[in-house]
Design a protein. Structure first.
Lengths: 515, 359
C-alpha cells in the first residue's frame, strides 16, 4: 500500500496533445507508482480521457515524453500498449451483447482451437483472486452494467498488465455497484499493479486513491498524496472556484426566488400520465398502471433504483414506444399514440436517458444537433440556411455554456457534459414548452455541468414548465424537486415531499419496503 | 457541390486520382492478357474496343446514352444510401419504368399531345412507376421491418417477369400477332413519343436524356449537400431513433428515400425506351440496374463520382459489345474484365483512404 517505492512505473514529462486548434493537454508531468491507485480528477473536457488515450497509444502526443517500466514509452497503437503491459477499460464497453462472457473474452486472445472450459475456468480464477464473481457462461446482453464492467476488467487482467487504466468507470454504474468496483481497484493495486482511474466524483477518490492529480482545461493544477489532501482544495482546483456542497450550489442556482407561485389559477396540468402500463415483448410488466399529474411550474422527482420502469416510462413519454394501456397528455393534448414529432409539437421537451442512442446524432455537427427538431426554421425553398443555423447555434452555445471550438464541429467531439448541455438547450428552447421530461440528466457530468443543468431546469420551471425529473440520485432529487414520487418494479409506490428529512422514508420506498 | 476530391490539398488529390487510374489501367492490361490467352488477337480487340466506344459519333452518342441510364440509377442509389438504405432494385425499377413508358407511349391520345407532352407524359409515367416500385420496398421496411436489400432485389425479379408477361400477352403490350413468326415484343412507340436528339447530327443517337440527367445530378447534389431534406436523410441514416425523437417523420422519410431511388430507376427505364430501344422486349433492362448500383457504390456518395463512374461504364459497355461483335471476344470475357475493373477501383478507393487517412 505504499505508493513511493523507488522509481515510478509510469512517468510523463511535459506531455501535450493538440487537436487542430484545440490544445487538449499541455505540459503534463505525472508519475504513477506500482501498487498504487492514481485518481485523475477533472471536469468534463479537462483532458482526462485524452491523457488516458495517450498512455494507451490511441493518440500520439504532440509534445513531451513518457517512460514506462524503465524504458521510453511511445506507443503507436493500443495493441502495442497491451503487449507492453498497459490495459484500459473504456467508458463505452466493447463487448458483443449476444455472446457469452467467455466468448467475448476469447475474442482476439485465442486462435486455433477454442478451449471454452479451460478459458472459463481462468476467468473464474482471475475474478476470484480479485474478490468478485463472474459467470463465464452468462450472455453479456443479460448482465447488469456492473457485471459487464467486471467482464471488461477481467478481459484486461487476463493479459496480466502492469498498469490498468479505467476511464470514468463509475459514471455508468448504479450507486450500489460503485463500492464493489472501488474494492476491485484497491485489490488490483495491492497485487502490485498500478491503477489510473478517471473520475469526477469526490467521494470515490477519498475511498480508493493513493494519489490524486487534478486536470483543468488541459493543464495539471494539483497533484498530491491522498494522505492529508483537502477535499475542498481539490474541488477548488478542479472547477477553479470555491466548493459549494451540491445542494448549496443547487439552492443558489435558484437565485433565491421561490418556486413560481403557480400562475394565478392553475391552468390544468402540464403533464398527465393516466394508468400507463407497458409490457415488454415477453409479456412481462415493466410499467404498471403509472398515474401522475404535474402542474405547470412544478418539478416532480421520480426516484427509484434503475431498471424499475424508468426507461420504459421515458420511451413512452418521448413518443418512441406505445404503452400497452393507459394514456398521457401534455397540456391538453393526448399524445398516447401520436409519436415523437407530436410530443415535440405539443411542447414536450425530452432529455432522454441514453444520450447517444436517442438524444443526438453524433456524426452531425453541434449546430445541426442543437436544431435537429427545429430545422424548418432554417429552411427556405427547401434549402438549409446553414449560415443562419450556425449563427443561431453559436448564440445558444453561449447562453447554455456549450463549449466547442465552433458550431460546425462534430457532436461526437464534445465532452459528455457539453453534449448534455446542448441537448438540454435544444429541448428547453422549444416554443411552446409545456412539460420537460429529463431522465438521468446529470449522469456522468461534473459538478459545474450538473449545476448548469439544474439551473436551467429550475429556470424552466419558473417560467411555468412542468418538469418530470427521473433520477437515481436521491440527493439531487431532494435538492431540486418539489415532491418526489417513487417507482418500484414499475409501480408508483409512494410520494413524499422533497426534504432531507424524508430521505429514510424515500429510501425505504425505493427498496420496496413500506409500499 | 462540395465534393471531397475538390477540397483535398493538391498532393492528396493527386494520389486520389493516380491510384484509381493506375488500378484501371492495370486491370485493363490483365484483361488484354486474358484476351491473348483466349487465343484472340489483342490488337484487333483493342481496335474493336476503341472503335465501339469512341470511333464514330454514333459510338460516342451510344456510349453517353448508356452512361445516362447508369448515372440515373446511381443517383437514386446515393440518395437512398444517404438514409443508410441500399437499393439493389435498379433493374426492376428500370423494368417497370419501361413498361409504363411503353404503355403510355402506345396509348394513342398521348402521342397526339402538343408541346412535347407526348415525350414528357411517358417519361413521368415511367418515373412514377419506378417510384411506386421503390416505395413498396419502403413501406415494407417501415411496416414489417423487411430489409430493403431483400425486398428491392425480389421486387426486381417480379418486375422482370412482368416485362415478360407484358410482351407475351396481346391483351397487354404485345404487338398484334399476324403470323406465328410475330416476335414477343411491343409495337415501337410512335415518333412524337421518342426523345428528341441533342445534336443536329443524324448519325448520333445522343438524345436529351443527357440534359435531363445533368439537371437531376445537379439537383441531387443540392439536395444532398444543401437541403434540409438531405440533412434529415443523413440523420435518419445515422441514428433513426434520435432522428425520430427530434420529430422527424422517420417512416415517411424512409419510404420517400426508396421511392426517390425507384423514381430515378423508372426514369432511366423510360429514357432507355423512348431514347433508343423504342419497343419493349424481354431483357430490355439488360443489367443497367446492376451496373448502376455498382456506379452508385463506387461513387461513395458523391454526385460527381456517379457521373464519372457512369461515363466510364458507359464507354466500357459500348467498347465491350464491339469487342464481342468485331473481334470475337466472348461476352463472358468482357464481363470478367468489367469485374476486374470494379474490384480494382473499389480496392484503390480503400487504398487511397489508407494512404490519406493515416494520422
Amino acid at each position: 500500500m505504499d505508493g513511493s517505492t523507488g522509481s515510478p512505473l509510469l512517468s510523463l514529462q511535459g506531455l501535450g496533445k493538440r487537436f487542430g486548434t484545440l490544445q487538449a493537454l499541455e505540459g503534463i508531468d505525472l508519475e504513477v507508482a506500482a501498487g498504487s491507485v492514481l485518481c485523475l480528477l477533472g471536469e468534463n473536457g479537462a483532458g482526462k480521457s485524452t491523457l488516458c488515450n495517450l498512455i494507451f497509444g490511441v493518440y500520439e502526443p504532440s509534445a513531451g515524453t513518457m517512460t514506462f517500466d524503465g524504458a521510453p514509452w511511445s506507443p503507436r497503437s493500443p495493441a502495442e500498449a497491451l503487449d507492453r503491459g498497459i490495459a484500459m477499460v473504456h467508458q463505452h464497453f466493447s463487448l458483443v451483447p449476444r455472446m457469452t462472457v467467455v466468448e467475448n473474452l476469447m475474442l482476439g486472445q485465442v486462435s486455433g482451437m477454442l478451449k471454452r472450459h479451460e478459458f472459463g475456468a481462468r476467468i473464474r480464477d482471475i475474478a476470484e483472486s480479485f474478490g468478485f464473481t463472474l459467470d463465464p457462461d452468462a450472455v453479456v446482453g443479460e448482465l447488469s452494467v456492473g457485471e459487464r464492467q467486471r467482464a471488461e476488467i477481467v478481459k484486461c487482467l487476463m493479459r496480466d498488465p502492469k498498469l490498468l487504466v479505467l476511464d470514468e468507470p463509475t459514471a455508468v454504474l448504479p450507486p450500489g455497484e460503485i463500492g464493489a468496483l472501488l474494492d476491485i481497484c484497491r485489490r488490483v493495486a495491492d497485487s502490485g499493479r498500478a491503477v489510473i482511474m478517471v473520475t469526477h466524483k469526490l467521494a470515490e477518490i477519498a475511498r480508493v486513491a493513493d494519489r490524486v492529480a487534478v486536470l483543468r482545461t488541459g493543464r495539471k493544477v494539483a497533484d498530491e498524496s491522498m494522505k492529508g489532501a483537502d477535499m475542498g482544495a481539490l474541488v477548488h482546483a478542479m472547477v477553479g472556484r470555491e466548493l459549494r456542497p451540491l445542494d448549496v450550489a443547487l439552492a443558489e442556482a435558484d437565485d433565491g426566488a421561490p418556486p413560481a407561485a403557480p400562475a394565478a389559477e392553475p391552468r390544468g396540468f402540464a403533464l398527465v400520465c393516466d394508468g400507463l402500463t407497458v409490457h415488454d415483448r415477453h409479456g412481462a410488466v415493466r410499467l404498471d398502471n403509472f398515474t401522475l399529474e404535474i402542474r405547470p411550474g412544478e418539478i416532480v422527482g421520480l426516484a427509484g433504483v434503475e431498471g424499475n420502469g424508468q426507461s420504459e416510462l421515458g420511451m413512452v413519454l418521448a413518443g418512441l414506444q406505445r404503452p400497452t394501456e393507459g394514456r398521457f397528455y401534455i397540456g391538453n393534448a393526448e399524445l398516447t399514440h401520436a409519436g415523437a414529432a407530436a410530443v415535440t409539437a405539443a411542447g414536450g421537451g425530452i432529455v432522454p436517458e441514453d444520450r447517444h442512442a436517442v438524444a443526438c446524432v453524433t456524426a452531425l455537427s453541434v449546430a445541426e444537433n442543437m436544431y435537429l427538431n427545429k430545422l424548418p426554421q432554417f429552411t427556405r425553398w427547401g434549402l438549409l440556411q446553414r449560415r443562419a443555423l450556425n449563427a443561431a447555434a453559436a448564440v445558444q452555445m453561449k447562453t447554455f455554456d456549450v463549449r466547442a471550438a465552433n458550431p460546425e464541429v462534430a457532436f461526437s467531439g464534445l465532452s459528455g457534459g457539453n453534449q448534455q448541455k446542448a441537448v438540454l438547450a435544444r429541448e428547453l428552447t422549444l416554443d411552446p414548452l409545456v412539460a420537460l421530461v429529463a431522465a438521468q440528466p446529470t449522469r456522468g457530468l461534473d459538478v459545474s455541468a450538473v449545476e448548469a443543468v439544474y439551473r436551467q431546469i429550475r429556470a424552466a420551471a419558473r417560467r411555468g414548465v412542468g418538469v418530470l425529473l427521473i433520477s437515481s440520485e436521491l440527493d439531487e432529487l431532494i435538492a431540486v424537486a418539489d415532491r418526489i414520487a417513487v417507482l418500484y418494479r414499475g409501480r408508483l409506490v409512494g410520494e413524499r415531499p422533497a426534504q432531507p428529512a424524508e430521505r429514510p422514508a424515500i429510501g425505504a420506498l425505493m427498496s420496496g419496503q413500506g409500499a | 457541390m462540395s465534393d471531397l476530391a475538390l477540397r483535398l490539398p493538391d498532393r492528396r488529390r493527386l494520389v486520389g486520382l493516380a491510384v484509381p487510374f493506375v488500378a484501371v489501367v492495370g486491370s485493363m492490361l490483365v484483361g488484354l492478357l486474358l484476351i491473348a490467352a483466349s487465343g484472340k488477337s489483342v490488337p484487333d480487340a483493342i481496335e474493336a474496343f476503341l472503335d465501339g466506344a469512341f470511333g464514330t459519333s454514333f459510338a460516342i452518342g451510344a456510349s453517353i446514352n448508356r452512361a445516362v441510364a447508369l448515372a440515373l440509377v446511381g443517383l437514386g442509389f446515393i440518395l437512398a444510401f444517404r438514409a443508410n438504405l441500399t437499393n439493389v432494385g435498379g433493374e426492376g425499377q428500370i423494368a417497370v419504368g419501361g413498361i409504363a413508358a411503353t404503355a403510355l407511349g402506345l396509348w394513342s391520345p398521348v402521342a397526339d399531345l402538343p408541346l412535347g407532352l407526348a415525350v414528357l407524359v411517358p417519361l413521368l409515367g415511367g418515373t412514377l412507376a419506378g417510384a411506386f416500385w421503390g416505395g413498396i420496398a419502403g413501406v415494407m421496411k417501415v411496416r414489417f421491418g423487411t430489409n430493403e436489400v431483400i425486398s428491392t432485389l425480389l421486387l426486381g425479379f417480379i418486375a422482370l417477369l412482368m416485362v415478360y408477361w407484358c410482351v407475351q400477352s396481346t391483351a397487354l403490350l404485345r404487338q398484334p400477332q399476324t403470323s406465328s413468326a410475330t416476335l414477343p415484343e411491343s409495337l415501337p412507340v410512335p415518333g412524337p413519343v421518342k426523345l428528341p436528339g441533342l445534336t443536329g447530327d443524324p448519325e448520333s443517337p445522343l438524345h436529351i436524356g443527357l440534359v435531363i440527367c445533368l439537371v437531376l445530378a445537379l439537383a441531387t447534389a443540392v439536395v444532398l449537400q444543401r437541403s434540409t431534406f438531405g440533412l434529415r436523410l443523413r440523420a435518419i441514416g445515422l441514428n433513426e431513433l434520435a432522428a425520430r425523437r427530434a420529430g422527424m417523420p422517420g417512416g415517411i422519410l424512409l419510404v420517400v428515400a426508396l421511392a426517390l431511388a425507384g423514381a430515378f430507376g423508372g426514369l432511366a427505364g423510360a429514357i432507355m425506351l423512348q431514347g433508343e430501344q423504342y419497343y419493349l422486349k424481354t431483357g430490355f433492362s439488360s443489367g443497367y440496374g446492376f451496373d448502376g448500383l455498382v456506379v452508385g457504390l463506387l461513387s461513395r456518395g458523391s454526385t460527381l463520382g456517379v457521373l464519372a463512374g457512369a461515363l466510364f461504364f458507359g464507354f466500357l459497355r459500348s467498347g465491350g459489345i464491339s469487342m464481342e461483335i468485331m473481334a470475337g471476344v466472348p461476352a463472358a470475357l468482357t464481363l470478367v474484365i468489367q469485374g476486374l475493373i470494379v474490384i480494382a477501383v473499389a480496392g484503390s478507393v480503400i487504398l487511397v483512404e489508407r494512404l490519406q487517412g493515416g494520422r
